[in-house]
Design a binder for this molecule. Structure first.
Ligand code: ADP
Ligand code: MG
Length: 269
């Protein structure tokens, strides 16, 4: 068999096995191996590493698409100095994702604008990076989707929220949940209880959860399951947006104080 026909057969094998990245890299890697006098092992390792990298990238992109994260927030973007009520070491510990192993839940509790969603999303991004199936939704969306699924008898969809290794439920408590909606949320929490982690954000302290649910027993039972194995952040302090807005206003005021009358007449954008 000639070298050329062996080469063609190798191309055929790679195509049959759907190793497209390796197929594309083959000519370059062959040249490289020849030039550097690589061993067969070293050549094969390099070629397959190309395919592994491509497969990992594809898998990551698929997980990221599925996850439905509302923003590309990362933990490294979070300004911990602006929010001293948050235990930075604890957040960094969570970022190792060990909490997923024993299905620990994470609750971010606090007023609007303090970074609850950002932290939840950043943990979601870390979980995707680690290769875990992750999904993000709001409480209102979750309830609406379960409601539709129940009406249409789509039982597989009823199990959907049990599937992800990490589920983010954002904005619990922003809207009051009537009996049926509360039951839907309760079922999701129950399906996941002790099996997989849920990260939940809420503007209501756990003592006020009775207020969002018509039935205080449902609220109590849900909290019982959520808190049984959990890490809770009670975030106090100012809205980050308001803070930057205030800092901006303060800078303008100071600049204003030092302006000469002519500068002051200059219109600003
Ligand atoms: P919440 O969910 O608590 O209402 P968000 O997480 O949506 O607040 O944060 C509001 C906005 O402020 C977002 O744009 C977010 O990126 C930003 N933000 C909040 N806290 C911080 C922080 N500590 N560092 C950097 N950005 C922050
Ligand atoms: Mg939010």
């Amino acid at each position: 068999m000639t070298e050329n026909s062996t080469y063609q057969q190798l191309r055929g094998h790679l195509a049959y096995l759907r190793l497209a990245a390796a197929a594309e890299a083959l000519p370059g890697e062959l040249d490289h191996a020849q030039a550097k006098k690589l061993s067969h092992t070293a050549f094969l390792e390099r070629l397959l590493a190309v395919e592994v990298t491509a497969t990992e990238a594809r898998r990551h992109a698929g997980l990221a698409r599925f996850a439905n994260l509302p923003a590309p927030w990362r933990l490294s973007d979070f300004d911990f100095d602006a929010q001293p009520s948050i235990d930075r070491a604890l957040v960094n510990e969570l970022a190792t994702l060990r909490f997923l192993e024993d299905a620990t839940n994470v609750l971010f509790i606090g007023p609007p604008g303090v970074g609850k969603t950002m932290l939840a999303v950043a943990l979601g991004a870390a979980s995707i990076d680690a290769g875990y199936r992750t999904y993000s939704t709001t409480a209102a969306d979750l309830v609406a989707r379960r409601h539709r699924a129940a009406l249409e008898g789509r039982w597989a969809t009823m199990r959907f929220f049990a599937g992800p290794r990490l589920l983010i439920i954002d904005e619990v408590g922003y809207l009051p949940l009537a009996n049926e909606a509360a039951a839907a949320l309760f079922q999701v929490i129950t399906q996941r209880y002790l099996k997989s982690s849920t990260v939940l954000t809420t503007n209501l302290g756990v003592g006020s959860w009775g207020k969002i649910f018509d039935d205080p027993m449902v609220a109590a039972a849900m909290l019982d399951r959520l808190l049984h194995r959990s890490v809770v952040f009670n975030i106090t302090g100012d809205s980050y947006r308001m803070r930057t807005h205030r800092a901006h206003a303060e800078k303008l005021r100071q600049a204003h104080g030092h302006r000469t009358p002519t500068e002051e007449a200059t219109p600003t954008g």
